[in-house]
Design a protein around this ligand. Sequence first.
Ligand code: SER
Length: 900
Amino acid sequence: MPVYSCLVDDGVSQAISELNDLRRRFLDYFVERGHLAYPSASVKSDDPSLMFTSAGMVQFKPYFLGATPKFAGYDGVWHRVTTAQKCLRINDIENVGRTLRHHSFFEMLGNFSFGDYFKREASTWAWEFATSQKLLGLDPDRLYVTVYQDDDEAFQIWRDVVGVPESRISRWDEDENFWPANAVTKGPNGPCGPCSEIFYDRGPEYGTADEDGPNTGSGDRYVEFWNLVFTQFDRQDGGVLEPLPQKNIDTGLGFERLAALMMGQPDAYGTELFQPTIRKVSQLSGQPYQGTSSLSHRVIADHVRAATFAITDGVLPANDGAGYVVKMLIRRAARHAYLLGLKDAVLHDLVDEVGIAMGGAYPEVLDGAERVKGVIETEEEQFRRTLESGIERVGNILSDLRGEELPGEVAFDLWQTYGFPLDLTQELAAERGMSVDRAGYEAAREAARDASRGETGEKRLFTKQSDAFGAIAARVGETRFLGYEASQAQTEVVGIVREGAEVDVLREGDSGTVVLAQTPFYAEGGGQIGDAGKLAWDGGGALVSDTRRSSQGLFLHEVKVVRGRLAPGTQVTASVDPARDQTRKHHTATHLLHAALRTVLGTHVTQAGSLVAPDRLRFDFTHSHALSADEATAVEELVNRWIQADLEVAWRVVPLAEAREAGAMMLFGEKYGSQVRMVSVGDERPVSIELCGGTHVDRTGTIGAFIITSEEAVSAGVRRIEARVGAAAIDYLRELRARERRLAGLLGVNPAQLEERVTRLANELKDSQREVNRLRDRLAAALTSAAPAAEVREAGGYSYATFALEGLDAHALRTAADRQLEATGADVVVVGSGPLIVVKTSPGARERGADAGRLVRGIATRVGGGGGGKADMAQAGLKDAARLSEALAGVPEVLGQAGG
Ligand code: SER
């Protein structure tokens, strides 16, 4: 833990090193028994049947089937291997945090035999490791084992070889004691076998009345911590268990459960695997962790840890597959942060805490921390925007509601269609003295579940679009987009969805989602925000607040009717808000910026994200360090030169191959169809060609001017530029000028004299500061010499003096401590003033082992404070200045305990 040891106090880092030692002890034990200690595989799975690595054996599948176990970077053939494996399982994601047992990311310690030793060795070693005083030292009288119902061999080994009393061995069916569970009847095909599990009895206080041995009752009394799989079959279609040519062993010891047992905690959240994060969450939110009831703390700690590992191993948030899981992990955690009252993005601030807990065993989480923080922050901010628009949507629904209860289906639709979570809906309802029909919500959820039966758990969980849109799409097909040429169009309403269901009218004051036959409204995508505007018809009007695209290709207009009635079949004039003009300018400017960055900085620059809005653009790109002032100016100038050249902007739909040939910029990770829209700027020799679905200006001259307003890091290797163009650029300049005037006003000069005045003030300030320091030192000296000489006493083999003075800052206090050390000739001097304490040691005392850093920590922590420093000088702060004399009175005891 070299990198972070400075951040954690001794008690914590000791607990963490005990955890590191626990992993090490396991691996060492098996290394001593001829195993190769092999690194964990990535949590990102290479196995197409798995989203993530879900067990230690995953990376070894071929060796169970007979492949020769040779490992790159290791000489020889290894039939025995041991690992600590990073795993991620998501089938129970909704239970994470609710129960104290579930984790999405977890570690599995394992020992494996590929055609080498079998049940006898695996069982005796597991038992020895669990019970030996030098190893885990678990009380054998509290251990129970289970075996597969037909596995007499395992039963006998436990009873006769290991010596477990028959009363503590039980037999179970394939649901409990076969791995994978139920593989015999349900599959999957592949290596599998009966298993034996070892349980630890934590005593009746953890159980339920009906709990009587492993796999009974509903309590947490019997903790299953180690699964020994006897991998001896290759399952074939129809449940045929083909014996494998070789017998294998695959064991998995759940590290979180083990950690809880060994650290005397009821669950892993109480251990230092999670506590650094949980403490930080408490600190940021001001809400202490209160065990079972603190669901949000746990969800955040678990999910941030899982997301950190997944991102570190290369799974980035995305809209499908493993990336979608990472996105949901971040969003669930963000939602819980929000519930705790944290109104700004905070999750990225917790990545260092994951590093504190896990970095010793998995240094990659320390190395990748900056990148992970950037990814998490971007995702969390996006989610917070969804949340905000959702809050408005829910607000509208609630204001329209007659009655005091929001129907359950509506609440469910908010979740299913917009990803807006129930607990927040409930909260918003409660603020208005209303409630949500929970039973109705559950019923709607069950109905949706039935409707999508057959899909996997994750897909079900993450279904986004409600069936209503599916039905409209089936009827009318994809929406035709007219917005490249027009910002206004005559069109017809072809479908309206309100509260998750199709309706045949929106009345005055109603909000809903409207689908038009064709539309000039741009739907959010490619970084460009969705258009706002209005719909007008004979006798009525509605405001459009946002436009999105459904997965079926419908453009969804979020509207509120302000006058009249809107029904399917109504002919409307759809007009995009004129602000879209500014959006177009920002979009074309984004392409120019991209091209300019590649020209000025190099072609390693690629787009990593973008936001195109009416008032600004934001562009994230790969580049390793900050732009120098010259580089930023060069980029800005180049873009402005292209703007002034008034280049033509053109677009064509072309086959993908042609676009590639033309050298169009394609975004990494983006999926393109066979026909793509290619936007180019400049006709002869285009300065930019990009694949893009967004709206653009016709000629660059329209953009007017381009001004970079900020440049900063998003994460290691990714920078972010914000810029404004056109009217937004002028607004920005106006703001700058107003600020300049205000500053000049504050200093009583005219703007032209600002620079000179500020330089003079800065110099004067420096001089004054020097003078203040000098006076402080003199004050400290005067106070010290005026004060009665501190009495020198003895403790722990050192002479020491303590001393309290009024009104000194840290600098003066250090000077005072120096003088005291000199004046008294003591080994150790402790001086305090207000909440501050300074400790100094003499060279002689240090030779005998005195350490000011350790002493000051000892003195301060006893009375609620903390600090640190070096062996010769250290300082601390107390939370409560009134406890200073108590702190000083404790010095002899600390010296005595420290023994120096
Ligand atoms: N593969 C088994 C499990 O996941 C043992 O490692 O439980």
